[in-house]
Design a protein around this ligand. Sequence first.
Ligand code: NYM
Ligand code: MG
Length: 205
Amino acid sequence: MKNNQRGLFIVLEGLDKCGKSTQTDLLCEALEAKKMQFPDRSTSMGMIISDYLKGKRDIDDQVIHLLFSANRWETKNKIIETLEKGINIVCDRYAYSGVAFSSAKGLSINWCKQCDSGLPKPDIVIYLRAPIKQLKDRGDFGAERYEKQEFQSKVQEVFDKMAQEEQFNIINALQTKEEVFSSIMELVNDYNQNIHTNTIEQLWI
Ligand code: NYM
Ligand code: MG
């Protein structure tokens, strides 16, 4: 980003265990970016979400969707202020995860999107894509709610559909960590070659 420009807002999306968190850290370092993550489990709403994901409490499907969304809304001003200061943001999951995971449970895609309509729109969405069959053996897959092969396949279908509609940049998540990172850097460098507006657009308006 040039000096007189706002920061770049980059979001990484994908199934559980696709390597998003690792790549978020690498990209933050490379771009001297502020790291963000949703759910942000540090806030009071985030703690309720975390208990839900750990199976410590049950919450109605619509209610938990609204909590995930509210957890983004409570960060909205911080996102805008950061970008306006010229600082880049790299964010591990965003509203697209909200739509993919909630609609995989049967909620309407349009209803899911509405809750996040008006939030800052990312400049670049990177979708680290791999079939769940190959991801399920990574790390502690299965530790949290939603980490079941059949469910994740449904989540992937929604991500794939959104990837076309929203022009996600798809990267093969089965490559090595280094290969994935260099693919991401290539995308970001290509994006920076072009001239961009300073306006922060809104999501799904
Ligand atoms: N998740 C995440 C949702 O269901 N809705 C959302 O809006 C967001 C941001 O939370 N399985 C789900 C996806 C993950 C889980 O995220 C926790 P992570 O990045 O695995 O800690
Ligand atoms: Mg996870």
